[in-house]
Every structure is written in structure tokens, then in C-alpha cells.
Design a binder for this molecule. Structure first.
Ligand code: FAD
Length: 507
């Protein structure tokens, strides 16, 4: 069965729903498709970083510091400048952001932020509140459907192949926006929902798009530690440390004292590494978060409180056991700040995209804002493309189709063993061997992550190589990857300014 649309949006989190809503309002015939299960968006706790006026430059400086030399400064400035409008729009759609008694927005702080600039809703339930508001705003989503392939012709994107309750169907379309979220669901344990398996990365490279910065998988320092837990692990928001909680080892010593001037509020890579090092020294499985001094903890952090109570912990009286867990992919499909990829008609936004905002390490709460800002702009870029798509000529590449049933493929264990908070060349080479020849999208994404981690023979941002503990100035740029006609990862050199961005400058 074949249907048609002007635009297919793959994913119904903050990026997909924002792009779909703006595109539909502009008269574009949109179909939104989403897999089973919750989105990554619905789990976001801390909030949305938003800067206004003079603070945009301070926010820029904080973002660049966290990004450890790999951010694209123009992209950072452009995206941060769009945050206030995007948050105002969310409020206008009905998002009840938390406010002080004077009616002004309550602002909290997370790691790497030099001031309080993070707005939140429902205490620590920002993502759930935003997801509900955006879902209600429409358009309707076709749930229980998985996009398993994108089709191209000489004009670029030509359609998608969907697996759903009606079997395998196709939708003809000249534009696809990939908004499939992160990859932490590929790890044995992480903070993402199980559906966050990097499908969009596989879909994009299989039609010739480039990816970059996949080695920068951010590990959240404080996932709730539960003995033997696998799959999705509840998060203890960084905002808990923002409100005064401290990280301690079993002996009661600070984990971060002397590690960074911001102490427990240092950027996530630094805190996660400090915890990993302390665990290595002590041989223990977790450290502790002392949040007992925070007033009204259950009111301010209802989600964290519920997760702790389910594990038999009362944060008002008990120390909270925590350990780092796979959390966020800083890289992804290379796009400009309007979501354009290398492939005509293919757009990407949200966690799956690599705009250059995060560099080697995302600043906390910069991702919801990126999803909204880039998705809104993507809708405009898509409208522009629909006006002239039949003029484009493009050379479709005959790249490998590796769609396969890839459950029980061993990928989670391989990634967790070798591409965790700390990595070694030997471990990554071992992963490369173990993944070689495996079919399926998950194995393909894992191979690309491993390739990127192998090539980055230095420690930078959230990529820590025990065999290369220093930062190498010669590697101070992002590296692009793709696949060859056999479906094997290939190196595609340093990331240069996006072709669409260059075209805009010269026009
Ligand atoms: C526990 C947690 C806390 C976080 N806290 C914060 C925070 O406080 N602030 C912040 O800024 N960020 C936070 N983040 C990160 C942020 O939530 C995500 O980066 C962001 O929500 C991703 O949005 P998205 O729209 O790109 O993807 P998602 O919201 O993950 O949506 C992805 C969508 O794609 C669909 N999908 C995937 N593959 C396919 C396929 N093949 N076919 C069809 N559909 C598909 C999924 O079903 C889903 O609908 C947090 C993340 C987690 C997990």
C-alpha cells in the first residue's frame, strides 16, 4: 500500500512534534510516525536553558566551555538566540512553567552553567509537561509504526518504508525530517527509553548523509544506582546538585573537591569521570548523593522522589546511591541550524542531529532548546524546499541496505563493555572485531560509534581514552563518517561548514 505526503516526520518528541506543528500550520501535508513507547522528551527533568539579552553571550561562553573546543560558534550563537522565542511559544501553547510568588519564571541551575537560567515545569517533570502540551497541539501521530528505510531518487528523498500494524507500507514524499532521539537505549543500562536506539542515524547514513561526533556519548553522573538493573535507569536530576546536594564516597569524602572550580556543578563529563575514577580506586559500584539539606525535596523533585521511594530510599533522610549511565548523544547526523543534511529533502532535528551546538560535551538543558529551535527552522526550510524540489538534481548513491531483525545481537553488552565513561584502544578494537559482519541498524550505529571513538586518540569532552589521557590540539575539530556500498563505516574527514550554510552566505 502506498500513500503520499509533502513531509514525513519520523519521531514524536519535542523536535518531531514542533516541526510537524509549524509545518502543518503553513499548509504542508504532514504525516508524523512514531514507534511504540515513551519518548526521550517525556523523561526530561531539569528543564530548558534559556537566555535573554546580555545573558546570551554568557550562555554562549558556558556552552563553549562545556563543548571543549569542538562547538561551532556560529551555530551556538544562532541556536541560543532562538531559545527565548521558543520558550515563550511553549508557554503560549499552555506549558505551565514553574513560577515564583511574583509570577516570574523560576530559574534553576545545572552543571556548567554560571548563572540560574533553566526554566522548569512540574518541579522536575519538565519533559512530561512539554510532551503533553505538544501532543495536544497536534498534528495527530501514527503510533506503533517504525520507519525502516528512506527511498531516494535523482531529486533526493522520495519516500519512506514503514513497518506497522498493516505490515510494510510506503509513503511517497519529497521531504523527511528525522527526529528519532538518542542512542542510550543501545547500552545495557542508560537513562533513555528502550526505543532510543539511533534508528535515524542508520536511516540517514544509508542514503548518503554524513554523521559526526558520535564518540561523544554523554554519561549522566547521577543515575539512581539499583543493584543489577539494566535497561532504563531512573535519573537523579543535576538540578538536585543545583539546589545544594553533594556527591560523597562511602567514607563521606567529596568526589569533586579539587577537581574543578565548580565542584559538584562542574560539566557532566568532569563529574562522571571523577566518579568513575573514585569507583576504580575504591572498587565500589556507586557513590552517594546527599540531598538531605534541601527543603521540601518531594515538592521540588517529585519525579526523583518517586523513583527513590520505589527503590526503598527516602531522599529527605537517606543518602541516594548513584552511578554514571549512558544518557545523551552529543553528535549525530550533520545538519545546519535549519536541520538540512547533505541529502536534498532529508532534514534532522533534536538529539539525532549534530548542529555543532554541543561539541564534545553538551551543556545541561541545552537539548530541549535545540530540538525546538532547529525544528521550527526546519519547518521553514522544508517549505522552501517544497517550492523548488523538482529543480534539484542529485546523484543517489547505491549504499548498502542492512535492515534486519537485530534483536539479541549483543550490541548493548559490547557498547557497555568498551564505549563507556572511559575507553581504551584495545577495548575499542575488540568491539570492532565483535561487531564486524553483524547485520542490522543497531549494529551499524554501534560500529559508527566505535569507529569514531577509535579515531579520536585523545581525551576530550565526554570521550575519555585511558591510553590517550591528554587533549591533542591537532584533533581540535569534528570528524565525519559515513558508510561504503558494503555498509562498512568510512572516514569522511573533518567537518567543514555545512554546504547549505555556505550557499546562504554566498547568496
Ligand atoms: C532522563 C532524561 C532526562 C533529561 N533531562 C533533560 C533536561 O532536563 N533538559 C534537556 O534539555 N534535555 C534533557 N534530556 C535530553 C532530552 O530530553 C532529549 O535530548 C530530547 O528530549 C530529545 O528529543 P527528540 O525530539 O530529539 O527525541 P525523543 O523525544 O527521544 O523522540 C524520539 C521519537 O522518535 C521515535 N522513533 C525513533 N526511531 C523511530 C523509527 N525508526 N520510526 C519511527 N519512530 C521512531 C520515538 O518513538 C520517539 O517518538 C533528558 C533526557 C533523559 C533521557
Amino acid at each position: 500500500m502506498t500513500a503520499s505526503a509533502d513531509l514525513v516526520v519520523v519521531g514524536a518528541g519535542i523536535a518531531g512534534l514542533t516541526a510537524a506543528r509549524v509545518a502543518a500550520a503553513a499548509g504542508i501535508r504532514v504525516v508524523v510516525i512514531a514507534k511504540d513507547g515513551p519518548t526521550g522528551t517525556s523523561y526530561a527533568q531539569g528543564g530548558i536553558a534559556v537566555s535573554r539579552g546580555a545573558d546570551v553571550e554568557v550562555h554562549l561562553a558556558d556552552t563553549l566551555a562545556a563543548g571543549d573546543g569542538l562547538c561551532d560558534v556560529d551555530a551556538v550563537r544562532s541556536i541560543l538566540a532562538g531559545a527565548a522565542e521558543a520558550v515563550d511559544e511553549l508557554a503560549a501553547l499552555g506549558t505551565a512553567f514553574d513560577r515564583g510568588s511574583d509570577g516570574s519564571l523560576s530559574m534553576t541551575r545545572e552543571g556548567g552553567h554560571s548563572i540560574n537560567r533553566i526554566v522548569h515545569a512540574g518541579g522536575d517533570a519538565t519533559g512530561a509537561v512539554v510532551q503533553e502540551v505538544l501532543s495536544a497541539a497536534g498534528p495527530t501521530v501514527r503510533h506503533h509504526c517504525t520507519v525502516i528505510d528512506i527511498r531516494t531518487d535523482a531529486h533526493g528523498v522520495a519516500g519512506v518504508v514503514v513497518a506497522g500494524p498493516d505490515g510494510i507500507t510506503t509513503i511517497d514524499t519529497p521531504a523527511v525530517l528525522i527526529a528519532t532521539g538518542g542512542i542510550a537505549g543501545l547500552y545495557a543500562a542508560g537513562t533513555n527509553p528502550p526505543g532510543s536506539t539511533g534508528d535515524g542515524i542508520a536511516l540517514a547514513v544509508r542514503v548518503g548523509a554524513r554523521v559526526a561526533d558520535l564518540e561523544f556519548v554523554q554519561f549522566h553522573p547521577t543515575a539512581l544506582w539499583i543493584e543489577g538493573a539494566t535497561g532504563r535507569i531512573p535519573l537523579v536530576s543535576e538540578a538536585v546538585r543545583g539546589e545544594g546536594a553533594v556527591l560523597l564516597d562511602r567514607a563521606g569524602h567529596s568526589i569533586t573537591a579539587g577537581v574543578h572550580p565548580l565542584g559538584d556543578l562542574a560539566p557532566r563529563d568532569i563529574v562522571a569521570r571523577a566518579i568513575a575514577e573514585r569507583l576504580r580506586q575504591t572498587g565500589e559500584s556507586h557513590v552517594w548523593l546527599d540531598a538531605r539539606a534541601i527543603d521540601n525535596f518531594p515538592d521540588r523533585f517529585p519525579t526523583v522522589t518517586a523513583s527513590c521511594r520505589a527503590a526503598g530510599i527516602d531522599p529527605a533522610h537517606d543518602l541516594i546511591p548513584v552511578a554514571p549511565a549512558a544518557h545523551y548523544l552529543c553528535g549525530g547526523v550533520i545538519t545546519d541550524t535549519a536541520g538540512r543534511t547533505d541529502v536534498p529533502g532529508l532534514f534532522a532535528a533534536g538529539e539525532v542531529a549534530r548542529t555543532g551546538l554541543h561539541g564534545a560535551n553538551r551543556l545541561a538543558s541545552n537539548s530541549l532548546l535545540e530540538g525546538m529551535v532547529v525544528a521550527r527552522r526546519s519547518a521553514d526550510a522544508i517549505r522552501e524546499r517544497l517550492g523548488r524540489w523538482d529543480l534539484d538534481r542529485w546523484e543517489p548513491r547505491d549504499l548498502a541496505r542492512t535492515v534486519a531483525d537485530d534483536t539479541n545481537d549483543g550490541v548493548p553488552q559490547i557498547l557497555s563493555d568498551t564505549a563507556g565513561v572511559v575507553r581504551t584502544g584495545d577495548g575499542l578494537d575488540d568491539a570492532d572485531r565483535r561487531l564486524h559482519g553483524r547485520a542490522g541498524d543497531r549494529a551499524l550505529v554501534a560500529q559508527l560509534v566505535i569507529r569514531a571513538a577509535q579515531r579520536r586518540t585523545e581525551t576530550r569532552g565526554c570521550h575519555t581514552r585511558l591510553d590517550h589521557p591528554d587533549t591533542d590540539p591537532a584533533l581540535g575539530h569534528s570528524l565525519a563518517y559515513g558508510i561504503d556500498p558494503d555498509g562498512e563505516p568510512i572516514d569522511l574527514g573533518p567537518v567543514l561548514p555545512h554546504p547549505a550554510a555556505t550557499a546562504e552566505v554566498t547568496r
